[in-house]
Design a protein around this ligand. Structure first.
Ligand code: S3P
Length: 438
């Protein structure tokens, strides 16, 4: 599937979710496994790799820079790492599709290469803000040209002159933090990042797992350039951001009971569980274990009556990708839900505040977009046609809404579901959510 071919979902109303399922591998960890595996010495063997458009774009980019990568084959990938200095100049610009994570993280590590690269993406990615990574990289000595407006294509002129930085991030962004840490691998001295609120720490965990020294304190991480990474085995857990659609679906569809297996429950990612539990959801976290340095658990969810809440601001970065489907939960809850402090949602794959408010209104819900969030009065979901604007998580969120809708929901521009959740329609169908693709 690609964004050029319009794909429409027709989600049938009603139904119940049941059974046990394992959603595809974590997108954030899949990207990092390719990047760090490529820069390591020796072989990295990955299982559970997400074979979605975004992580495949990262994989293709490293192949184009001369890294020998086998797979993916049923989630298995083998990388022959080339070491920190072993990448080669790609023949062409690196096309990263819809993937902000690829572009922002790779900007950091490409800034320190001995060759130049150009990074391009689709229409959505070409409109997303890149100065948040380019400005701190320039303070480290990087040479990067953006388009007017600070967007891609990015022209990165590699340099051996990067120097460490002590950077206090104005926004809580794991992509910005990771970008600076990856540039820090190539910089002289020490690079430190302080974050205004906790963000996902998969980069730090994987660097440490590969034997790279990382100094961590609460809210701050430092790395010194010039050490080496060693290839390892990486078992990637199921993506909690994909599990989120089923956590909400089973909560709102009466009579549901679902077990989601082997889900990554990194504490910087579990805001969705906490928010849903505060709304009254029945979610049990069991069998908690450590898998290669990342916490993993099984999640049992049963339907339950939800009520509206004021979402605490400190939970926003811990659930940043889950708000489209949290808005669906709020639409099905009794009373009012208020989200504030989430202006970042306006610069995701789409403006997730406006696009979700528009879609909810089409379905008869009283939803008011605010500059940094939304006010939603729970109510009865009707039927109608909504536009996902090519945003994968919005297409899946409105699919899940059908479980409680009075009639069919038609969703436009769904091709990008494949960027993060290949097989969504089939897996949802197995669990009890019927979606016709046309
Ligand atoms: C990601 C960080 C988040 C998240 C994105 C993946 C990552 O972005 O929304 O889907 O893998 O580091 P921000 O850093 O912009 O918050």
């Amino acid at each position: 599937m690609s964004i050029e071919k319009p794909v429409r979902f027709f989600a049938s109303p009603g139904g119940t979710l049941s059974g046990r399922l394992r959603v595809p591998g974590d997108k954030s960890i899949s990207h990092r496994s390719i990047m760090l595996g490529s820069l390591a010495i020796g072989e990295t063997r990955i299982s559970g790799f997400l074979e979605g458009g975004d992580s495949l774009a990262t994989l293709a980019a490293f192949r184009a820079m001369g890294v020998n990568i086998d797979g993916p084959d049923a989630g298995r990938v083998r990388i022959q790492g080339v070491g920190l200095k072993g990448l080669k100049a790609p023949a062409d610009a690196l096309y990263l599709g819809n993937s902000g994570t690829s572009m922002r993280l790779m900007s950091g590590l490409l800034a320190g290469q001995s060759f130049d690269t150009t990074l391009t993406g689709d229409v959505s990615l070409s409109g997303r803000p890149m100065l948040r990574v380019v400005q701190p990289l320039i303070s480290m000595g990087a040479r990067i040209d953006t388009q007017a407006g600070g967007t891609a294509p990015l022209e990165i002129h590699g340099t051996a002159e990067l120097a460490g930085i002590d950077y206090s991030m104005p926004v809580a962004s794991a992509q910005v933090k990771s970008c600076i840490l990856l540039a820090g691998l190539y910089a002289s001295g020490t690079s430190c990042v302080t974050e205004p609120a906790p963000t996902r720490d998969h980069t730090e965990r994987m660097l440490a797992g590969m034997g790279y020294p990382v100094q961590r304190q609460p809210g701050r991480v430092c790395i010194e350039g010039g050490h080496t990474l060693n290839g390892i085995e990486i078992d990637i857990p199921a993506d909690i951001s994909s599990a989120a659609f089923f956590l909400v679906g089973a909560s709102i569809a009466p009579g549901s009971e679902l077990l989601l297996e082997h889900v990554g429950v990194n504490p910087a990612r579990t805001g969705i569980i906490e928010i849903l539990q505060r709304m009254g959801a029945d979610i049990e976290v069991s069998n908690e274990r450590d898998v290669g340095g990342e916490p993993v658990a099984d999640l049992q969810v049963r339907s339950a009556p939800l009520h509206g809440i004021d979402i605490p601001a400190e939970l926003v970065p811990l659930a940043i990708d889950e708000f489209p489907v949290i808005f669906i939960a709020a639409a099905c809850a009794q009373g009012r839900t208020v989200l504030t402090g989430a202006e970042e949602l306006r610069v995701k794959e789409s403006d997730r505040i406006q696009v979700m408010a528009d879609g909810l209104q089409t379905l008869g819900i009283n939803a008011t977009a605010t500059p940094d969030g939304m006010i939603i009065e729970g109510g009865a979901l009707g039927s109608g046609c909504v536009d996902s604007h090519g945003d994968h998580r919005i297409a899946m969120a409105f699919s899940v809404a059908a479980l409680r809708a009075r009639g069919e929901i038609e969703i436009l521009n769904c091709a990008n579901v494949n960027t993060s959740f290949p097989g969504f329609v089939e897996l949802a169908g197995d669990a009890g959510l019927l979606i016709d693709v046309r």
